[in-house]
Design a protein. Structure first.
Length: 342
């Protein structure tokens, strides 16, 4: 072969490595689901059936990424959990409207294909899909040597779900007197990592040598699909909000009807250890509440009579607790009191 010839591989793109990766995805996803549903991975498009038990189906779609939590994964050389994060960030948005996740697609763009790293990411994605009871039906991998620095990459996820028109959670179901329940988070989830990383840099903290931070900063986002869909099926929830970027106030305001208000008592919030640690490092209450979930990963808006029934669907670690109520006001959200940081 003429060594002077230009090839795609010489430019930094290895199609053979990409083909091996596609083969790996096809094998792992179909084995995990125990069927041939994902046999079309590697094709040009994915075909899926709509469930036949939904009389008036509506399609719901979401997309998201995991932000700069990727840099924590790079720092720790640990990639088996950010795939779970990726799925969680989309499916947790789907269930806000009462939609059941049907399938998921991923997009990975990277400087150079590293099969070990990418297989680890995909294993996490497949695990996230399994927890969400949906299928990984396809995706895209782009090797982009001049766009990303050595070792750098980004991931994005796309989820499609389905809901019965009568079961869709909308603002009209929320009424004065409803209670607001906080469902605990598993930690930071996938938001606020640019601030966290800035803090670590300024404080010169090496998380690889700090066992607490090493564990907490890579902990995957809690997926709430099974619990919330059980509540939707039983008509036990009137509304909900996924608490992501922007914190509690910004996210819950998105589901509150005009002339009603989410009145939240900050004293009742139960911050997790990681948020208490962050607070001690000179971050204001306002910044904490605006940037992080502070221990509240998801919110439910419910009729007071349903609380006991609702609790039965959650494990002890994620039992919902009351943090507020829906009242009459021109303000969408009112925050009362202060968080009791430890």
């Amino acid at each position: 072969m003429n060594k002077n010839l230009f090839t795609y591989k010489k430019s930094g793109v290895n199609i053979n490595a990409a083909d091996k990766f596609i083969s790996f995805i096809s094998n792992i996803s179909s084995k995990k689901r125990g069927n041939k549903k994902n046999a079309n991975i590697g094709g040009f498009g994915s075909i899926s059936d709509l469930p036949k038990d939904i009389k008036n189906p509506k399609i719901v779609a979401c997309t998201d990424g995991v932000g700069t939590k990727i840099e924590v994964a790079n720092l720790l050389n640990k990639y088996d959990t950010i795939g779970i994060d990726l799925v969680a960030m989309s499916v947790n948005d789907l269930i806000v409207q009462g939609a059941k996740p049907l399938f998921f697609l991923d997009y990975i763009s990277i400087n150079k294909i590293d099969l070990k790293k990418m297989k680890s990411i995909i294993r996490g994605i497949v695990k996230g899909c399994d927890i969400s009871q949906c299928s990984l039906v396809g995706g895209e991998t782009a090797e982009m040597p001049d766009t990303y620095e050595k070792g750098k990459f980004d991931i994005a996820g796309f989820a499609v779900g389905i809901a019965d028109k009568k079961k869709i959670l909308n603002k009209n179901k929320i009424k004065k007197g409803n209670l607001i329940l906080a469902v605990p988070s598993s930690g930071l989830h996938s938001n606020g990592f640019s601030l966290v990383r800035h803090l670590l840099k300024v404080k010169k903290i090496n998380i690889r040598k700090n066992s607490f931070l090493k564990k907490e900063l890579i902990k995957p986002t809690k997926i709430y699909v099974r619990e919330i869909l059980n509540l939707v099926r039983k008509d036990l929830v009137n509304g909900c909000a996924n608490i992501t970027g922007g914190g509690l106030a910004d996210n819950i305001s998105r589901v509150i009807p005009n002339n009603l208000c989410a009145e939240i008592d900050l004293n009742k919030i139960k911050p997790l250890k990681i948020f208490n640690w962050l607070k001690k490092n000179k971050i204001s209450d306002k910044e904490m509440l605006k940037t992080f979930n502070c221990g509240v990963g998801f919110c439910l808006i419910v009729d007071p009579k349903n609380i006991k029934k609702i609790n039965k669907f959650f494990l002890k670690e994620f039992k919902p607790y009351i943090i507020g109520k829906i009242s009459k006001s021109i303000n969408k959200v009112i925050l009362n009191g202060k968080v009791n940081w430890l």
